[in-house]
Design a protein around this ligand. Sequence first.
Ligand code: HPA
Length: 246
Amino acid sequence: MLAIIGGSGLTRLSSLEIVRREVVRTPYGEPSGALIFGELANKPVVFLPRHGYGHTIPPHQVNYRANIWALKQAKATGIVSVASVGGIRTEFKPGTLVIPDQIIDYTWGRVGTFFEGGGDQPVQHIDFTHPYDRALRERILIAAKACQQTVFDGGVYATTQGPRLETAAEITRLERDGADLVGMTGMPEAALARELGLPYAAINVIANYAAGRGDSEQRIEFEQIEVVLQEAMARVRQLLGRICQD
Ligand code: HPA
């Protein structure tokens, strides 16, 4: 059963046939909301909105550990994360869908591991060379082709702390570091999924040009983001249906 974590613009999956809701408690506290079990394209899925059903939890306060743990406990076999981002690379115009293949983590102060040490547990490390699951990425790309949706294959996702957006100079620095897109929630989510052995991949929706780029040269217009996300999330919903079908 696939899990979908919805981000800004996707707190609900209208095409989901809801079967049941489950409030889950974890050793790490409460997830962002009740898990919604249902069917998409007649296949079982579990859905969780990252920022809560009322979109009230900011990126730095999401309980990433509880979310990932709850999905593992629910017997999810993989996680597709949907998240809106800013586009740094020129081709990444608002409305573009990107399946990223790399991450740079600029967040701080977030609890980023299940392996806290202490007691007599040996120290554990994970391999994170390729942070997104290859097979799950491939499945998304094949599904996109099958439903004739244009998605970009690959991109370096920079995770910033938020909740404020970046300065133009910060975006220039991220670009120098090799980042193509910027969001606030990719980490530690991806690493925690890897720690629990859950395949994880992302669909990133470019909501706006990053600060200082394109039409965000002077400022980032929030009303415009709403419009972009509303249209793009309709495509994401269709893509998710196709992913489940395969
Ligand atoms: N920066 C960081 N996160 C974002 C952005 C952005 O420009 N747009 C949407 N999420």
